[in-house]
Design a protein around this ligand. Structure first.
Ligand code: NAD
Length: 416
């Protein structure tokens, strides 16, 4: 299913489209095509059997005109520098769309966490952090979780960074456990944002969230929480999946029970009373809302015309290619693009950073209220641009985000 295009091809194509619409200064366009800094590291770690392994990792800092670099760290066997560069670029646009004072970055380590013990992952994370020490920090670059990293990974990063400084620096990373300075609501924030965006889109289409049918690809942090929130808001979650495949139950699954099943068996597959389906079949199901929450390039020219959802809310980064965007537009599918739909995660990461810097701890209610205000405003701003200029929602989001970044670059000027 995967097209020959890489995530970076897609990101550069999106930048080109937005640059044209914005009549972007060619110098600024050229600058934004390239990350400000990319660091490649070799991470030597001791395995449980006493042998050593070397993993390749990187951190790409795309642009910091609007504030310190910000972005997740991904552990995955297919991580490449190109993919991480694309993800860093999307972070720059996303932080601008969410209107939070950050630039964009991303990190990755090419490894298979499923085949590593907790001890091996801890040693890998601490060694990787030690190699990034001069490049990250609360006012430089603030990492967060992404695919196959989690709150525990962030705690190891915080501790390693703090040990080197000689004092506790919780604000050096976000998405931490609450016990070490994490924010209420961060674990669910990305998914809450996705479902809030789906709700706003549903309102525009005259659909009710209650009883809306939802299919979710990927049952990790973003997918499971999105399924849970959608279910709690009265939607019917009819299908979910993970890397091993999916399950379908027309009458609606109980995401909490599916989560228990996955915790016991390692996958959602073979959940009782459901039909096992492939990831391809899940994407093509008849439903009101489709939430891709796994990896890039899942909806392409090859399968876009088979998508039957009314709304696609992108929990994942880059799941839909520009060719598929066109097909969605022709078919009247309402797309909520990734840099808007999943911006709830980085928004609450920003709240976490602010709480750490001010040594405060906000209530869950306060965090959720502030998140809703920010994401609904971003949704409405983007929808307005889309209506006024007759643009796809994706292009409208890029116009808003890249326009803000370009404004900051021009205001700062070029040194020297
Ligand atoms: P995760 O590691 O918690 O979960 C990933 C899920 O995807 C797992 O269930 C895995 O089994 C599944 N998966 C992997 N390969 C798959 C495949 N080929 N087909 C179907 N499913 C597959 O990761 P996550 O943090 O939930 O991230 C998911 C997506 O959301 C990524 O694109 C990530 O960049 C994006 N995202 C995450 C956050 C966040 O706060 N964690 C924020 C914004 C965007």
């Amino acid at each position: 299913m995967v097209e020959a295009k890489t995530a970076l091809d897609v990101a550069l194509e999106q930048l080109r489209i937005a640059a044209e619409k914005l009549d972007l200064d060619p110098g600024v366009h050229e600058m934004l095509k390239h990350p400000k800094r990319s660091l490649i590291v070799s991470i030597i770690t001791r395995r449980d059997n006493g042998e050593t392994s070397v993993f390749t990792g990187c951190r790409v800092q795309h642009n910091d005109a609007r504030g310190p670099f910000k972005g997740g760290i991904r552990y995955h066997p297919n991580v490449t520098l190109d993919e991480v560069t694309a993800l860093a670029m999307w972070m720059t646009w996303k932080c601008a769309v969410a209107d939070i004072p950050y630039g964009g970055a991303k990190g990755g380590v090419c490894c298979n966490p499923k085949e590593m013990s907790k001890g091996e992952l801890e040693r890998l994370t601490r060694r990787y952090t030690s190699l990034l020490l001069d490049f990250i920090g609360p006012y430089r670059d603030v990492p967060a979780p992404d695919v196959y990293t989690n709150a525990q990974t962030m705690a190891w990063i915080m501790d390693t960074f703090s040990q080197f400084k000689g004092y506790s620096v919780p604000e050096c990373v976000t998405g931490k456990p609450i016990s070490v300075g994490g924010s209420e609501g961060r674990a669910e924030a990305t998914s809450r944002g996705v479902v809030l965006c789906a709700r706003e889109a549903a309102k525009l289409l005259g659909l009710k969230m209650k009883d809306a049918t939802v299919a979710v690809q990927g049952f990790g942090s973003v997918g499971w929480n999105a399924a849970k929130i959608a279910n709690d808001w009265g939607c019917k979650v009819i299908a979910v999946s993970d890397s091993r495949g999916g399950i379908y139950f027309r009458e609606g699954l109980n995401p909490y029970k599916v989560y228990e099943h996955k915790s016991k068996t390692g996958s959602v597959v073979d959940y009782p009373r459901c039909r096992n389906i492939t990831n391809e079949e899940l994407l093509e199901l008849e439903c009101d809302v489709l939430i891709p929450a796994a990896l890039e390039n899942q909806i392409t020219r090859a399968n876009a015309d088979k998508i039957k959802a009314k709304i696609v809310a992108e929990g994942a980064n880059g799941p839909t290619t520009p060719e598929a965007d066109k097909v969605f537009h022709e078919k009247g599918i309402f797309l909520v693009p990734d840099i808007l739909a999943n911006s709830g995660g980085v928004t609450v990461s920003y709240f976490e950073w602010v709480q750490n810097l001010t040594r405060e701890h906000w209530t869950l209610d306060e965090v959720n209220r502030k998140l809703e205000v920010k994401i609904v405003k971003a949704f409405k701003d983007i929808h307005k641009i889309s209506k006024q200029n007759e643009e796809y929602m994706r292009t409208a989001a890029l116009i808003l985000g890249i326009g803000r970044v370009s404004e900051a670059i021009k205001t700062l000027g070029l040194w020297p």
